[in-house]
Design a protein around this ligand. Structure first.
Ligand SMILES: Cc1cc2nc3c(=O)[nH]c(=O)nc-3n(C[C@H](O)[C@H](O)[C@H](O)COP(=O)(O)OP(=O)(O)OC[C@H]3O[C@@H](n4cnc5c(N)ncnc54)[C@H](O)[C@@H]3O)c2cc1C
Length: 298
């Protein structure tokens, strides 16, 4: 039996056969059957209610900086948070921030002017606030959920707000966003720092420019295993520079797989599998992907 595919909803903010490749930093992947790009609270509610009633697969997308999408596209509904850009200062270092705002803007427009502590944790990470909360994005200096007081979610039961406590998040993950829930935003709490955060920002931006390859990619492909680095393990297997079609394991950083020349989903996936097999064979460690693979098994 054919999988059920959604009908077209009667919303001006709904698009059919919407190209997903340009919505991702890999620039790979076919179209979404239906894309929803709501702007207002009432559109969010209409969009969500409609989406959740559809039989096929559903996906939420923010900045597309941590996804690898199949060339065949996504035969379901994609809910984009792009336009959920509300930003409300609440006083005392607290801000209610919409999921569609870029994390870079949070750093530049909130943390730096307030000289708030923690710039080193969030500097240089692409993507949206919603994606950063979902992934608990961060660096060795800290992660997004550490700054979160509460998160606003839309789920099958409607709108809800949940207090965020440390046991609800971990390295590149959290447990408060349930299946088919959309993070609409969150209340962040920042505290002033005694250290010059502009200098911290400049330092980490410079480090990224020096140590990270530039181009189409998803950042780190694999999570770091406990007490080690995925990049070190892949490099030790001699895989830097390995190519599949238009994709390459970066000669600069082995945990980055670049779309160098019109790479396909299969090209990148092939390198992911090659790296995982080599590391498992040599070190007995099974690397877990950090990138979200949409529409293919690895
Ligand atoms: C050059 C480069 C450098 C990077 N450096 C870092 C780094 O230092 N640290 C780090 O942690 N990451 C890093 N990343 C990865 C990526 O930027 C982060 O994971 C980022 O937080 C993803 O946000 P996004 O909005 O792009 O999410 P997307 O790629 O759009 O989505 C990622 C996942 O989150 C889900 N999601 C997104 N928004 C929502 C929402 N509102 N509600 C529910 N689910 C949602 C999606 O369904 C998907 O599963 C890097 C990526 C690149 C390209």
């Amino acid at each position: 039996m054919e999988p059920a595919t959604p009908e077209m909803p009667p919303f001006e903010f709904a698009k059919r056969d919407y190209p997903l490749a340009p919505a991702t930093l890999y620039n790979i992947g076919g179209p979404a059957r239906v894309a929803l790009l709501p702007r207002t609270a009432s559109e969010v509610e209409q969009a969500y209610r409609w989406m959740i009633a559809q039989p096929g697969p559903k996906l939420v997308l923010g900045g597309g900086s941590n996804v690898l999408i199949a060339d065949g596209g996504f035969d379901g509904v994609v809910f984009f948070t792009t336009h959920l850009t509300g930003l409300e200062p609440l006083g005392g270092g607290r801000y209610r921030i919409g999921s569609g705002i870029s994390l870079g803007r949070v750093v530049r427009d909130i943390m730096l002017p307030g000289n708030y502590a923690g710039v080193g944790a969030l500097t240089g990470i692409p993507g949206s606030v919603g994606g950063a909360i979902y992934m608990n994005a961060g660096t060795v200096n800290g992660s997004t959920c550490e700054f979160l007081e509460s998160v606003d979610l839309m789920g099958p039961g409607g709108l809800r707000s949940e207090a965020v406590t440390p046991e609800l998040y971990s390295y590149r993950g959290q447990s408060f966003c349930g299946l088919y829930e959309v993070i609409l935003g969150g209340t962040f709490r920042f505290t002033p720092s005694g250290e010059d955060q502009r200098a911290v920002y400049d330092h980490y931006m410079r480090r990224r420019r020096e140590k990270q390859p530039q181009g189409l990619c998803c950042g780190s492909v694999f999570k770091n295993p406990p007490n080690d680095h995925a990049g070190r393990l892949i490099e030790a297997c001699g895989l830097k520079g390995l190519r599949r079609g238009g994709a390459v394991i970066s000669p600069m950083h082995a945990n980055f797989i670049m779309n160098e020349d019109n790479a396909t989903f299969a090209d990148v996936l092939g390198l992911i599998q090659a790296a995982r097999d080599a590391v498992r064979g040599r070190f007995g460690i099974t690397l877990e992907t950090e990138v979200r693979i949409i529409g293919g098994e690895v």
